[in-house]
Write a protein that binds this ligand. Sequence first.
Ligand SMILES: [Zn+2]
Length: 115
Amino acid sequence: MGRKPLRRSSHTAVPRLHDGNRRAEDRPTAAQRGYGSRWQKAREGFIAKHPFCCDCEAAGVLTPTEDIDHDPPVTGPKDPGFWDRSRWFPRCHSCHSRKTRTQDMDRGRCSAGRS
Ligand SMILES: [Zn+2]
C-alpha cells in the first residue's frame, strides 16, 4: 500500500566530472595515458638502444632520450603505425614538444638512431 516514491531533491546529484583539482604533477605516465605496460617495455628497450635525443645529436649535443616520438605521428596505441619502430624517434622533451608544435613544418632533422 502506497509505497512512498523516493523523493529526491529537485537538483539531482550528478557527480560532476571535472579535472579542475587534478594537480599537474610531473607529467602523466605512459600507463596513465593508456599506453599500458606493453608500451612501457617497448619504450624502455628502445631508449636503451637509442639513449640520446636524435635531434640534439644531429646538432652535436647529447641529451638523454626522454620520449619516443612517432614520425609520421600516430593517433595513439590503436593506430596500426603505433608499434612500427621505423616510425619511432628518440627525443628529449624539448625537441619532442618543439616538433609536436611545428609538426607540419619540421619533419625532424634526424635519421639518426636507426639501426
Ligand atoms: Zn633533443
